[in-house]
Design a binder for this molecule. Structure first.
Ligand SMILES: [Zn+2]
Length: 335
């Protein structure tokens, strides 16, 4: 079974279950409140009578009488619900996705499109580095700047602020990035610095926050991403209905390119990388943002990558320098 088929089966189950639960809630409520049950059944009978009347006869008096009966019943019903501290939503199925009601698709007047919730589940299965939902513990609540040194050491860190002040500054940049995600003026992010300073952690934190907001996220290392897109370009990856990775990389709301600088480059990959970065900046039909993370220093990045790529990054990315001592050891001991 294909991934999409499998997910749609899950969705169907989820949806059926939400509907069954809602019916059960209603039944229970009727059992303990026979009066409510009576009102509801009268209400639906009267509704049917009214629609028949509208079709067959022309009796304004009778219609008026029915109307007032219905409005009295509705008042009685809402009085009972009020007493029970229940609102109408109690009767509605509690769907996991409020956008597509767990169908996986949204239909407007003209088109049917895949809902972001389903798209994201496919991304997670087919592409994302270590399934993003496994990274759910990476969130800002677990951010702890005390792992970073408070010492200002201009010679060692080439900065007038301490690693701790620096990481707090970067955290604020990340929070602004999330808050202003839909603002086209808000820049993309480049994380540069040695390993073990929290670049991947902060990338996951941002991903999780945006997933909560219903955005789609692709998160992959540069080597895998570039190999995938080159394979796709040369027809080595079969396209199916559910995914078109070449398009998705260009159009996903947030793309995270991790570990740039660890891949072996050639001119084809340079072209693809430039295309990804450039297209995502120029996308005019929707806001797309990118986070690039690299262990290379800016000097190395600039020396190794095509000038066109570098100039796009300099002009459109907020550059965050991570510095200090590897915090992974401290973190492990603290957990
Ligand atoms: Zn949905």
């Amino acid at each position: 079974m294909g991934n999409l088929e499998m997910l749609l089966k899950e969705y169907e189950k989820k949806r059926d279950n939400a509907i069954i639960q809602a019916d059960l809630r209603k039944e229970d409520l009727y059992k303990s409140n026979p009066k409510l049950s009576e009102i509801d059944s009268t209400l639906s009978k009267e509704a049917i009578r009214i629609s028949k009347l509208l079709l067959t006869s022309n009796s304004p008096e009778l219609l008026e009488e029915l109307d007032s009966k219905i409005s009295t019943l509705k008042k009685q019903k809402s009085a009972i619900l009020n007493d029970l501290k229940i609102d109408e939503s109690y009767f509605e199925p509690n769907f996991e996705c409020k956008v597509c009601h767990d169908t996986g698709y949204i239909t407007d007047n003209i088109n049917t499109t895949m809902c972001n919730c389903l798209k994201q589940k496919l991304f997670d299965i087919e592409f994302n580095k270590s399934n993003i939902s496994n990274l759910k513990h990476d969130n800002f609540e677990h951010f702890n700047s005390t792992y970073y040194s408070n010492d200002v050491d201009e010679n060692k860190y080439m900065s007038k602020i301490s690693p701790k002040q620096n990481i707090e500054k970067i955290k604020n940049i990340c929070l602004n990035f999330i808050d202003n995600f839909d603002n086209s003026e808000e820049k993309n992010l480049l994380f540069t610095g040695n390993t073990g300073l929290g670049k991947s952690f902060l990338s996951s934190c941002i991903a999780n926050e945006l997933l909560k907001k219903g955005k789609t996220v692709l998160y992959q290392t540069a080597p895998v991403m570039l190999d995938t897109i080159v394979d796709y370009r040369f027809g080595k990856v079969k396209n199916n209905e559910s995914s078109n990775i070449g398009n998705d990389i260009l159009n996903v709301d947030l793309l995270i390119i991790d570990d740039l600088g660890t891949e072996s480059m050639n001119s084809v990959k340079f072209t693809e990388l430039f295309n990804i970065i450039n297209t995502r900046i120029l996308n005019s039909n929707k806001i797309t943002k990118t986070i690039i993370s690299t262990n290379l220093s800016l000097q190395n990045l600039f020396a190794n990558y095509d000038e066109r790529i570098v100039s796009r990054i300099v002009g459109n990315y907020n550059i965050c320098y991570f510095f200090g001592d590897d915090i992974r050891f401290k973190k492990r001991n603290a957990l």
